[in-house]
Write a protein that binds this ligand. Structure first.
Ligand SMILES: C[S@@+](CC[C@H](N)C(=O)[O-])C[C@H]1O[C@@H](n2cnc3c(N)ncnc32)[C@H](O)[C@@H]1O
Length: 308
């Protein structure tokens, strides 16, 4: 990626490279501005760290997100924070904090019902049939960018309900990964608010959750079917270790990436899949212009990307 509009920006907006701290009359101290030059440096840093690309119109969003860390660290400018995070001794800890701050973790159970239907009614039964005569009697599913686990647990509920009773000699491994440790901790707790469960078919809600006041506690049996690990989709080394998956869900995360980082991540996901495995992305996402390696396969009200 080239960040070549900084000269243009400097000529239009002047050369001020320094963030200005303006202490308001009320002494709030929060009235910091992120100069265009520093915004570009931050966006390049974030892009190189995790593939997320802040478009020009997201400058104020980034500004307010970074401000939380800046205040926490008692730093005075956005440049100081950039210098701080680049120090070797601080980098690995502070990067994690940064990821917590800039990621958007919106998710809920059974967010994409047509994908779940395709998985339960066609894809998993077909994979099981294709493996039936071999020694490998395991189906492996990865929820990449799982956020707080709702997608991975929806898959677990579906498997427990529709697949396990029909194929008792098969094992199922479901892995959820995300760059944010906060959401992974929430996923491991298996405790959700009403917002997260609002789309669950009522039968599943009653069967697999216990309601305590305003919280919904997931059945420990379903919890035990999923493992959660921290993983940055932009980390080439770790991505190469994610192999032999039959189905991958990577939904509602590629929207934050630019085309170049989408290509890189989707290429890794392709390599992570077994032959005849499927990749599912978000409802409003497409691999058009990103990858031609997959065969598009239609299911009722959804499509899957098949590795052939
Ligand atoms: C909007 S949520 C989507 C959750 C779920 N897949 C869904 O569709 O409901 C996006 C998730 O992607 C994660 N994420 C963003 N960049 C990432 C990266 N480079 N590697 C791994 N996860 C990332 C965020 O932390 C966030 O939890």
């Amino acid at each position: 990626m080239e960040f070549n509009n900084s000269n243009f920006a400097r000529s239009v907006f002047g050369t001020a490279e320094t963030d200005n701290r303006v202490i308001s009359a009320f002494g709030s101290g929060d009235n910091l501005t992120l100069s265009l030059g520093t915004f570009e440096r931050w966006r390049e840093f974030i892009y190189n760290s995790c593939g997320i690309y802040f478009q020009d119109n997201k400058k104020y969003l980034l500004e307010s997100r970074l401000l939380k860390r800046l205040n926490h660290l008692k730093l005075n400018t956005y440049e100081e924070y950039l210098d701080y995070i680049n120090q070797n001794s601080k980098k690995s800890f502070e990067l994690k904090e940064l990821f917590e701050t800039i990621t958007i973790n919106e998710t809920f159970f059974f967010r994409n019902q047509p994908q779940m239907d395709a998985l339960g009614q066609k894809i998993i039964p077909d994979i099981i049939k294709s493996k039936a005569s071999g020694l490998n009697k395991k189906v492996r599913i990865w929820s990449a960018a799982s956020s707080s686990g709702e997608e991975a647990y929806s898959i677990a509920i579906l498997i427990n309900e529709l697949i396990k009773p029909k194929f008792p000699d098969f094992a199922f491994e479901i892995i959820g990964t995300d760059i944010s440790n906060d959401v992974l901790q929430k996923a491991r707790s298996g405790i959700y608010k009403e917002y997260a469960v609002r789309n669950i078919p009522i039968f599943y809600l009653k069967k697999y959750f216990e309601r305590q006041d305003n919280e919904f506690i997931l059945d420990p049996k379903i919890k035990s079917m999923v493992r959660f690990n921290e993983l940055n989709l932009y980390d080439d080394f770790k991505m190469r270790t994610m192999i032999n998956f039959d189905v991958i869900f990577c939904a509602n995360v590629l929207i934050y990436f630019d085309t170049k980082s989408k290509v890189k991540v989707v290429n890794h996901l392709y390599n992570s899949l077994n032959k005849n495995g499927y990749l599912f992305i978000g409802y409003s996402e497409t691999l058009h212009g990103v990858s031609q390696a997959f065969k598009l396969e239609s299911f009722p009200k959804t499509i899957g990307y098949k590795k052939i």
